[in-house]
Design a binder for this molecule. Structure first.
Ligand SMILES: [Zn+2]
Length: 285
């Protein structure tokens, strides 16, 4: 992944180096387990520490505190590059496919805890999007762990996580999220869950659209995508459900199966078209 060639975004806010520490140690887990949990967490928006906890059947050991992260480092530079690339891509798509103007979201880096319009996020909350303030929130402790365990191969998984959250922002800007929430407020539980899955799959498809245009400019290649797909094929809600045995990871049940996620990501990736990402009016989900 040639992220050094990507334009840096000006929309990254750095809220790291606050009062808390960076969760680091994950006692007792194998390196493979950490890699799977962290990458699954990044891609699917599930807290990796919870996944690890499930895999180990116990609590994750607290880490020593580290403070005062430098403002400029590889991780923040990487996030600025990927976010900048999503801005360029979505500017173009909005203009070409919708004849509209894309309003880019802000992205907040945090390392300990962060106060969003959607509530207070604790350490290791994983990446999330808050529609109330139009911001993507990224816990950098995860990025550090991916870097430590998966090395350079982790780049696309991390970029995919950002692109998925930006996908939620696109849904918000298109009014899709609001419509879905309204529909959910008068639906039964099964329908509510089904709609949430479709929203998540669409964010995957939108991440695929970003991948389409980025691949077109030779900034990512087939190997990057293949790596991410392999991970996605191994880990989805179905996998997590098998692992959980009674313990509920709330976000895990609303993201769709691994097969569904790969299929929708691939659809966006191959077509580059918003029309191909209508996860709502299709029986194929
Ligand atoms: Zn999501």
């Amino acid at each position: 992944m040639k992220w050094s060639d990507m334009r840096r975004s000006n929309n990254v806010e750095d809220s790291r180096g606050g009062s808390g520490g960076v969760p680091g140690g994950v006692g007792g887990a194998s390196i493979g387990g950490v890699v799977i949990a962290v990458i699954a967490g990044l891609i699917f928006g599930v807290n990796p520490l919870e996944i690890l906890s499930l895999m180990q059947g116990g609590d994750v050991a607290p880490a020593p505190q580290r403070q005062g992260q430098p403002i400029q480092d590889r991780d923040s530079d990487f996030v600025k590059a990927v976010l900048g690339d999503t801005e360029d891509t979505w500017n173009r798509i909005f203009k070409q496919q919708l004849n509209a103007t894309y309003q880019a979201p802000k992205l907040v880096l945090f390392s300990s805890r962060v106060d969003s319009a959607c509530g207070f996020a604790k350490a290791a909350a994983g990446p999330f999007y808050c529609p109330a303030d139009d911001k993507v929130y990224l816990d950098m402790a995860f990025f550090k762990q991916v870097q430590a365990t998966a090395g350079a191969d982790a780049d696309f998984a991390r970029a995919y996580a950002i692109a998925h959250e930006v996908g939620h922002h696109v849904q918000n800007q298109l009014g899709i999220s609001t419509k879905v929430r309204q529909l959910q407020s008068r639906s039964d539980k099964a329908t509510v869950n089904n709609l949430s899955v479709r929203l998540e799959l669409q964010a995957d498809c939108f991440a695929g659209i970003w991948g389409h245009y980025t691949a077109e400019r030779n900034l990512i290649n087939g190997q990057d995508v293949k790596g991410a797909m392999n991970t996605a094929a191994q880990i989805g809600d179905d996998y997590l459900q098998k692992q959980s045995s009674g313990y509920v990871v709330p976000e895990a049940f609303t993201h769709g199966s691994s097969e569904q996620r790969v299929s929708w990501f691939d659809r966006g990736l191959k077509s580059g078209s918003l029309k191909q990402c209508d996860t709502f009016s299709t029986s194929k989900s």
